[in-house]
Design a protein around this ligand. Structure first.
Ligand code: SF4
Length: 288
């Protein structure tokens, strides 16, 4: 079978995740154990790799016995209430909140204060329950309205002033569509362009990559919000796109003679996983 394989050079961890993983590994190398508030990245293989080095994942309900220990906050960030709870328990923090998310939190906080004065609303386009979204809602004392898709726009009170933000990893095209609908209905709407440049640039390069290959293998954890957005994007321009968590899930029946297979992933997919998939697939294709 004559098949070529190519890894998308723009895939791999975004800088926010690179920083969080590096700081976790540095700490683990020195101390052998570290707790993370939630999975450091939405990728089970990377979590397994870090678990083997001593990383333990906890949630807020189970930090009671972490007094005197070290807890990592992920690139997604956390609401102010988390910092209060952690400080009260005497836990030391390694705060890996991405600087882009920190700036967004600050913008949301300021918008909330403005909206408070005029009886307006902060609206956040994002995934319900996602850590980053929870961190943003926390800047508004829990009062921001979260919309997960255009169907939920009806939850917004358009009679009042609105400031609109997006979670950093949302689809820029979907955000544009939401902005358009809201502009048509709102009397007073201020739109903030808060999708991370890493994400929006990746959208553009991924479209080109998916178009220039006959088949796409998209590698990411199923729980990755950015993974779903980027896979849908690949699928929209290349119907022969498959979402897998690792190369063992590739069905040989998907592959045709002469295929040019593009391998890519989400901002939570490590480069080593793409390379491993390429190696494993090259080996398997020789057996077909
Ligand atoms: S996607 Fe952007 S904002 Fe989110 S963690 Fe990565 S670099 Fe930071």
């Amino acid at each position: 079978m004559n098949v070529t394989l190519e890894i998308d050079s723009s895939s791999g961890f975004c800088p926010g995740v690179v920083n969080a993983v590096r700081r976790a590994e540095d700490h683990l190398a020195l101390h052998g154990t570290l707790h993370s508030l939630g999975p450091i990245v939405h990728n089970s293989l990377e979590i397994d790799r870090l678990r083997d080095k001593g990383l333990r994942i906890v949630d807020l309900d189970s930090i009671d016995n972490l007094s005197g220990r070290v807890l990592l906050i992920r690139a997604h960030g956390e609401p102010p209430s988390t910092y209060e709870a952690v400080t009260a328990k005497g836990i030391t923090l390694i705060d890996c909140t991405c600087p882009v998310v920190l700036r967004l939190q600050e913008k949301v906080r300021k918008a909330f204060l403005r909206m408070e004065k005029v009886g307006g609303t902060v609206v956040i386009f994002g995934k319900h329950g996602h850590a980053e979204v929870n961190g943003l809602v926390g800047q508004t004392e829990g009062r921001a309205v979260v919309i997960g898709n255009s169907d939920e726009i009806s939850d917004v009170d358009f009679s009042r002033p609105i400031e609109l933000f997006s979670q950093t990893t949302k689809d820029p095209v979907e955000y544009d569509a939401i902005v358009k609908i809201m502009r048509a209905r709102a009397k007073d709407l201020k739109v903030h362009n808060t999708i991370c440049a890493q994400v929006s640039n990746r959208h553009k390069s991924l479209v080109n990559f998916a178009r220039s290959h006959s088949m796409i293998l998209f590698i990411s954890g199923r729980e990755s919000s950015n993974g779903k957005v980027l896979f849908d994007l690949c699928k929209s321009v290349n119907p022969r796109s498959w979402w897998i968590e690792d190369a063992s899930q590739v069905d040989p029946a998907w592959i045709r003679d002469g295929d040019t297979i593009g391998i890519c992933g989400a901002t939570s997919t490590p480069a080593w996983q793409l390379e491993e998939a390429m190696e494993s697939l090259s080996y398997r294709l020789k057996l077909i």
